[in-house]
Design a protein around this ligand. Structure first.
Ligand code: SAM
Length: 277
């Protein structure tokens, strides 16, 4: 077997179905000098599946700062593969600092792309895919979660969130409370035997899961905000009254027309009327 050139190899692994391990990922894993794994017991099962045994070292949130310099040093002469328990390393998993430091040390950094629960969920949800925002896990404390939802809710993009079964009901309730009746999908056990995608509005999904926490791994996908409702005559009057405190009638009408999408001529006539009264 030809030796791999030294450097860092970021290897995506299956998120459930072992058949999703790419031939290239299997090849790199069988030839790596060292496999840095989130949990070496989990990765040992994968390596057994492809009929190989490689030296492994744990690399996870609790030891990363300590282990990273040693891994960086070894990359000078050895091929180090980084894997997480499932899916793509670095995505809600450790790794970005390893990539950063490997690059800074001048080592080669190679990616072997593959399964990622966020993207797989997006493909199942049937919601717009042209613009999406992956936000990982929401904070578990109610106040921090509400602040994060408020921030995410203003973004014109489909939202992708990771979640666990026990927390799903509370998270959907908070999303429904703050984002209203947006369409959403709860995707579960992707690529596994009980894969499913349950779609509906956030309030409907919140009611469904309120007292029935599902088993398994979950990704929530939420549609982007709809178009704002058209501005009413009252909205126009209020905006015009405020603009007239700063601007002459023509300019005020122009500004409000642009901002609220209303007819400029009608607003100008209304502005003159308002000035007379
Ligand atoms: N790096 C991984 C990836 O590329 O998807 C994600 C790791 S993150 C620590 C684990 C979370 O991913 C789970 O809590 C769940 O939200 C989601 N997840 C992983 N596998 C999944 C699957 N088969 N079905 C649904 N969600 C999954």
């Amino acid at each position: 077997m030809e030796k791999l050139s030294p450097g860092l190899y970021i290897v995506a692994t299956p998120i459930g179905n072992l058949g999703d391990l790419s031939p290239r990922a299997a090849d790199i894993l069988s030839r790596a000098d060292l496999v840095a794994a989130e949990d070496t017991r989990v990765t040992a099962v994968l390596l057994r599946h492809i009929g190989t045994k490689r030296p492994m070292t744990p690399y996870h949130d609790h030891n990363a700062d300590h282990v990273r310099p040693q891994l960086i040093a070894r990359m000078a002469t050895e091929a180090v593969a980084l894997v997480s328990d499932a899916g793509t390393p670095l995505i809600s998993d450790p790794g970005y600092k390893l990539v950063r430091d490997a690059r800074a040390a001048g080592h080669a950094v190679v990616t072997i792309p593959g399964p990622c629960a966020a993207v797989a969920a997006l493909t199942l949800a049937g919601l717009p895919t042209d613009r999406f925002l992956f936000a990982g896990f929401l904070p578990s404390k109610a106040k921090a979660r509400a602040e994060t939802i408020a921030e995410l809710g203003a973004i014109r993009a489909t939202l992708i969130l990771y979640e666990s079964g026990p927390r799903l009901g509370a998270t959907l309730a908070a999303l429904a409370d703050q984002l209203g009746d947006r369409e959403a999908a709860v995707t579960r056990e992707i690529t596994k035997k009980f894969e499913e995608a349950v779609t509906g509005t956030l309030p409907v999904l919140a009611a469904r899961y309120a007292d029935a926490p599902p088993r398994g791994e979950i990704v929530i996908v939420v549609a982007p905000p709809g178009d704002a409702p058209p501005a009413s005559e009252e909205d126009g009057d209020a905006a015009l009254a405020e603009a007239l405190t700063r601007l002459p009638a023509a300019k005020a009408a122009g500004e409000v027309a642009k901002r609220l999408g209303l007819d400029r001529k009608a607003l100008y006539a209304r502005a003159l009327e308002m000035k007379q009264n």
